[in-house]
Design a protein around this ligand. Structure first.
Ligand code: IMP
Ligand code: MG
Length: 172
């Protein structure tokens, strides 16, 4: 597969913004403990970089859903493929997402997570494509708002490839 990737957000810009987000979280959650839940697999690079800069005590868990097939078009259906390992009851919980697109994945996950009775529940996304939204949901905190382009890198894939690019690029 031959595709051309153009840099949209370079590594330095990404990591500077992620450090700012970590500082903001430390201020907001001062004196508390946080359960950060990564949505596999796209969020892992962002989650690592974010938590690495935080001083707030955090514990990690992961869930996995699939809403996309192997290409760039949505499949429509969301499948829950891995549940949490630990209970989140009474915990301050943040869901960590790589990108919010139509919003379907997160709106589904918010419903599932609410039933698990966390003390609080918020969503952080590295990237947001608000122009693509089809359900009424907004992230609580966003790294970058981007135009309606298919992006890869920093955890995001195209047919499972390019996740390990250290920057965000657009696919031609
Ligand atoms: P949503 O349910 O439409 O908001 O889709 C969210 C999921 O779709 C993300 O977690 C990504 O896995 C995937 N996705 C959406 N846009 C992109 C993109 O531009 N590049 C790679 N994956 C994307
Ligand atoms: Mg994803």
């Amino acid at each position: 597969m031959e595709v051309k990737i153009n840099t949209l957000i370079d590594q330095e810009t990404l990591e500077k913004r992620i450090r700012e987000m970590a500082e903001e979280l430390d201020r907001i959650y001062a004196g508390k403990e946080l359960r950060m839940i990564g949505i596999l697999k796209g969020s892992v690079y962002f989650l690592c970089e974010l938590t690495r800069h935080m001083k707030t005590p955090v514990t990690l868990d992961f869930i996995s859903v699939s809403s996309y097939g192997n290409g760039m078009a949505p499949e429509g259906e969301i499948r829950f493929t891995k549940d949490l390992d630990e209970s989140v009851e009474g915990q301050e919980v943040i869901l960590i997402e790589d990108i919010m697109d139509t919003g379907r994945t997160l709106s589904y996950l918010m419903e599932v997570m609410k039933k698990k009775n966390p003390a609080s529940l918020r969503v952080i996304t590295l990237l947001d494509k608000p122009s693509r939204r089809v359900v009424d949901i907004e992230p609580w905190m966003t790294g970058f708002t981007i135009p309606d382009k298919f992006v890869v890198g920093y955890g995001l894939d195209y047919a499972q490839q390019y996740r390990n690019l250290p920057y965000i690029g657009t696919v031609e």
